[in-house]
Design a protein around this ligand. Sequence first.
Ligand SMILES: Cc1cc2nc3c(=O)[nH]c(=O)nc-3n(C[C@H](O)[C@H](O)[C@H](O)COP(=O)(O)O)c2cc1C
Length: 380
Amino acid sequence: MSIPDPFDDAMDRAVPRAARSPSSHNSQPWGLVWARSPAAREGLAALLGGPVEPSSHYLVLALDRERELRALPSLAVEMTLSCGIYLDSILAELALAGFRAAPRWFATAPGADHPSLAGIPDLWAPLALVELGPAEPRPRDGRRSEGRTTNRGPYRSDAVPEAVLLALARASTPLDSPAGSAGVRVHLVADRERIRQTGEFVREHAHLDFAHGEAWRETYRFIRFGASAIREAQDGMPITQLLGPLSAPGRRAYQLALWPPAMAFLSRVGYARRIVRPFGELVAGSGLLLALSTDRDEPSVRELLAAGGVAIDLWERASAAGLALHPVSVVLQHPEVRLRFQELLGTAGRTVFFARAGYPTVSFPPAPKRRDPWAAVARL
Ligand SMILES: Cc1cc2nc3c(=O)[nH]c(=O)nc-3n(C[C@H](O)[C@H](O)[C@H](O)COP(=O)(O)O)c2cc1C
């Protein structure tokens, strides 16, 4: 009989949980290298700049370039942030089992030069190396919601109680610890008039999702329309997840109207502006708006991974308090629009995540995820 290894057990819980992480377009653009064999561990010495610690475990987070969104330069931010969400979910579960994370190396940019790592899939670009050593098991304050989803329905506009706002403002990640702050800031907008103005801003700009040809072609590839495509999907967004329940003819009608060549024409005649109007109203009618910013306008990989960690902590805290969340990234994706949006929000540095939040009036089923959560993990 073999003795159960506590780290293996913790990874058995962490990997399936992290596989349910949110990501831009549900692209799930992450890969995780679990360096177990002596050769794989020794291969990390070049990244570490020294020998591996015999009692430590090592994980390398990577961006999976096969799954990467790249139609706009700003999507690089969403990709790294999504990878940070995944890493944070792994680290949160490991912390519960008594393994504390210490970041040891970060890429200067995804795909930037780094010492080679033997055995890692070709299209994985390493982003960070984390060392895990034994520590007191530590639950993260407020962070155990299993029910988190993206909810794109209307929310009640009820004010969010002060105690919940305080809990949200404390969202954090081990990658943004006081000892090595990555400068991620949480902004909460609860003032009704400011929420209304922000809804106006979104209504004015949300058509950009459809109007940018290349970005819309990429997004369209991630939308699942047919019943069987929706049933079998392991990533991407079912149209019913975006718009709520639809009949088969309704799904087909959207498949045609949203088809990129049709959309290119319809956008020119004002259709895109018309269909996004309710979207601005959804934002204006929310009880709360949330944003994350980094101190620097050009954040490093470390700062963006930390922002991802704070984002998922914020999301799970919100979910645990009965709040639903819906990220609204279009206002961050085009530089001039983003700068004006930052002015409206009054955030310094760079806003890297923005969402509306509130008490939901309808529930959404969970989004499709890879059936084999270990497909994102290379055990070397
Ligand atoms: C960085 C980031 C940006 C996102 N931006 C948007 C967005 O602009 N609009 C939207 O409807 N959903 C957005 N989402 C939500 C994802 O589409 C959602 O997480 C994904 O479809 C999986 O669904 P789930 O969150 O229910 O698991 C974003 C998520 C992340 C992590």
